[in-house]
Write a protein that binds this ligand. Structure first.
Ligand SMILES: *Cc1c(COP(=O)(O)O)cnc(C)c1O
Length: 401
């Protein structure tokens, strides 16, 4: 969780700029705000970091997914291919857009595979919501081929992969629209916040309107603005944007430190028989927020988890059983438990969510153990943790042998 490791004078300075004027709202109040526009600056900083033409900041990564879907024209009744391994917000956003999630297989990239997408396509498929997981990126050449072949709309949820790229193009910019999260656990945090990005001017304008009750933001009299489309309130406050701005400036240094630490860990742990790692389609584009270890099978991975727990080695996620990122833990989706009817109930689920046939995903997540990488580790801390992980893996192997 690197962003949270660095909360300091820079963040406080940006917040104080806002506190000096008291204008916490991102629009209007031109006379009182002393030319302080943190949301705008935050958007410009994210656009610069990732190389996007347009960025629009909102209240969370979850609402950024909603904006990205709406701006890409995904709506009622559309089938959207999603991964069964993702933060649940991706799936929620599809459902609350009125669309129908269709789960497809991932592979060792931890993201949807081109083959998985191909097998899930039906005549009703409108889009793919590709989620770049655990700081890495999907295999974009193969995915773009299937997306283009079938004329699908691609939307990218890069909630946990801002600053990752594939062959020089950032996650979030391969599809029609993309988005990042700035919650407390991401490479940069705003406390709460998210950013939608696109290179498409029409999509950008739609997101800008959609995230603020349809306001067109033309002129400086809010009461006189036009409303090209229906929207809702997904606005970010100036205080959150101020933090996000300072944090975004830190990302290149964080990414560099993460990569140095991850390379060391992969070199050391890779020497142990049976240890491999999630596939990184472009290692030079890794944001390296996680070290993703793949053991040979679920049983050996669970033995490693047991040894890590026994030895008090924390800082890892075993998503297969104990985290809220995998369909096996999504009983509400499988059982159709909702506060109020959605299109999944109205139109019928396109798949039996409780009995999906996703063997490749089950075995991949069963084998996966992810360690959160900290950018602020000292060399000594890094070496100590790595040797503790190595010892636990070896211990688990003598137990199971
Ligand atoms: C964190 C995350 C989100 C949600 O972001 P919030 O800011 O917590 O709402 C969405 N998608 C992915 C892949 C995430 O990791």
């Amino acid at each position: 969780m690197p962003g949270t490791e660095y909360f300091g004078a820079e963040e406080r300075k940006e917040i104080n700029d806002v506190l000096e004027t008291g204008i916490l709202f991102r629009y209007n109040h031109d006379a009182q705000r002393n030319n302080i526009w943190k949301a705008r600056e935050f958007e410009a900083e994210v656009a610069k970091l990732v190389g996007a033409k347009y960025a629009h900041a909102v209240s969370s990564g979850s609402t950024a997914v909603s904006c990205a879907l709406a701006a890409a024209g995904i709506g009622a009744g559309d089938e959207v291919i999603v991964p069964p391994f993702t933060y649940i917000a991706s799936v929620e956003a599809v459902i609350f857009a009125g669309a129908l999630p269709v789960f497809a297989e991932i592979d060792e990239t931890l993201c949807l595979s081109a083959e998985g997408i191909r097998n899930a396509i039906t005549p009703k498929t409108k889009a793919v919501l590709l989620v770049h997981m655990c700081g890495q990126m999907a295999n974009m050449d193969e995915i773009m081929a299937v997306v283009n072949e079938h004329n699908l709309v691609l939307v990218e949820d890069a909630g946990q992969a801002m600053a990752a790229s594939y062959k020089g193009v950032s996650t979030g910019l391969w599809g029609k629209t993309g988005c990042y999260s700035f919650d407390f656990f991401k490479i940069a945090t705003a406390g709460e916040g998210g950013v939608m990005v696109t290179n498409d001017e029409t999509a950008y304008k739609l997101a800008d309107n959609f995230a603020d009750h349809g306001h067109d933001h033309i002129g400086n009299n809010r009461g006189m603005e036009n409303h090209p489309v229906l929207g809702f309130n997904f606005r970010i406050s100036e205080l959150h944007a101020a933090v996000g701005l300072a944090q975004t400036r830190r990302v290149p240094a964080i990414r560099e430190a993460n990569n140095k630490h991850k390379k060391f860990m992969m070199e050391e742990l890779g020497k142990i028989p049976g240890v491999s790692f999630a596939t990184i389609p472009d290692p030079s584009g890794d944001s390296a927020t996680f070290l993703n270890i793949l053991m040979p099978d679920t049983q050996s991975a669970q033995a490693v988890v047991a040894a890590l727990n026994k030895n008090g080695v924390g800082g890892f996620n075993y998503w297969f059983t104990n985290m809220y990122h995998f369909i096996n833990q999504w009983d509400h989706i499988k059982e159709g438990r909702v506060a109020a009817k959605t299109n999944v109930q109205l139109l019928g689920a396109p798949q039996d969510y409780a009995n999906l046939n996703i063997p490749k995903t089950q075995e991949t997540i069963g084998r996966l153990i992810s360690f959160g990488i900290r950018a602020s580790w000292t060399d000594a801390e890094l070496a100590e943790l790595t040797s503790k992980i190595a010892a636990s893996i070896k211990e688990s192997q003598t137990v199971t042998a």
